[in-house]
Write a protein that binds this ligand. Sequence first.
Ligand code: PDD
Length: 285
Amino acid sequence: MFDVDQVVHLNGRLVALGEASVPVLDRGFIYGDGVYEVVPVYVREPFRLPQHLARLAHSLAGVRMDNPHSDAQWEAIIRELISRQPFADQAVYLQITRGVARRDHSFPKGVAPTVFMMANPLPLPPREQVEHGVAVVTAVDNRWHRCDLKTTSLVGNVLLRQLATDAGAAETMLFRDGYLTEASASNVLVVRGGTVVVPPKDHHILPGITYDATIEFARAVGVPVVTRPVPQAEALAADELWLSSSTKEVLAITRVDGKAFGGGTPGPVFRKVWASFQRHKPQAR
Ligand code: PDD
């Protein structure tokens, strides 16, 4: 299930996962009142850490919590945690909640935040998913209007992801008011006529670090990218659809709602940009 001896970070201390516990009155448990990040780590080197820390600061400010650490302190404790794991490629999960207090919706006063971090093996997609793509289902995006904040209140995303799992698919692609937003735990990129089209980073999508990296690595190999709202009908009639996230990198969507999409196989633009991604990410030395 999980390794009770795994070294995790809780409130400034490294402890065994089996020993790490949080009081039941933690507002993360009671309200989902917290924010989180997932940072991919290749050969013990965090990928785009400054960008992840900047997004963490944005999420904290968005929920009106103080940042408990400077970026330099975050980097030091993240690297310490990474160095304590037996595997080289990792997904560092960190979460900060508004702390432990008597249950009352209003912010408690003078309460220290809870800081938890763990580093798990990086679950990159199997070769078969890279080569053949993945299935998605579609759904109406019924989450709140601050999807730009990476909060631990994820029941909306959880219910949407389960629609995919129930259908044997990898993700649920979401549409709000007739426009593409993202997927339950990934961003979605669209290809039309050789151009990558991406929805703007507004309050309705998480500003994905991998979304930015994919755009950069596409441009690096001469693939044009434009940012604009993507109507649902246009997305579903696109040449290619991709998912991006820290744990998926970039993957082609080859089935939508049980039907083959884009010929049922990853398209040529995907192949080119996936190869560019592999060349640009930190490599084993
Ligand atoms: N999910 N959109 C949502 C709703 C997400 O939860 C994620 C990431 C992304 C992609 O962001 P990034 O490229 O920075 O990973 C987009 C993480 C991996 C998770 O919750 O496990």
